[in-house]
Ligand binder design. Sequence first.
Ligand SMILES: [Zn+2]
Ligand SMILES: [Zn+2]
Length: 278
Amino acid sequence: MDKASFDMQKLKNPESSGTEYQNGDQKGFWNVREYVLFRGPHECQHCHGKKKDPVFNVHHIESRKTGGNSPSSLIALCEMGHNEYHDKIKSGKTKSPEDFKLPKRAKPYRDAAGMGIMRSTPLERLKEANPDLEGVNTYGCLTKNKRIELNLAKEHYNDAYWIAGNPNAKPLEQCLDLKKTRRHNRQIHQFNFIQGHKRKSNQTDQMVGGFCLFDQVKFEGQECLITGRRKSGSFVLKTLSGQRIHNSASIRKLVLIERADGYLKETEVRQFLAIQTA
Ligand SMILES: [Zn+2]
Ligand SMILES: [Zn+2]
């Protein structure tokens, strides 16, 4: 990720509590504050926009002393609501965050796992495995310059070729497309969080007759994906590029090729390094 307004690496071990506070490090807080505003939800977690105050503050659910600057302890409140809360706590009118209808602290590690920041970056791992490796990091703007200079079509696989840094390499004739599919339904997740602190399953990929959403199947000789199910029990089939194959295909005509694993795959013959024609 480039041009992010916060430093992902500095969000590592966000659950380590209090150390930054004890060191008096406010820089750590400003970094995690940017992250919390980026993460959302993008509305005040107290009044949900009712106060119409556009100024956001980032509030520590658990005190900075005990909870540190962990993203799971931080929420966005509008400034009016935030001041109101602290005034009420100070005067004793409100005894606890729950009295003021503030959400509970999120599960630890949710942010870290969600952003993939528990692991080292791919570049770090490459360098660990190959200590004499250097200069493999590149920036999108440089790749773009090269592409425009050579008048190449704007395709990810052309960019990847230049990023590899070996202009004499013979390109492959095939290209593997991967697309990430949705694994969870965030909306179900959020609504159920409120109800009695119990969480219903937010999995969308239930099995129907041995098939589930995004399974790769063969239908009348054509490879495609299950993208939906009709009430009648038949399936909607599409190719990865979105072309509709069948609106209501019978289960008896489906042959499983590959089980959905979170990625959609399609291998296509492509002309690498094609010159831009338009
Ligand atoms: Zn508010
Ligand atoms: Zn606060």
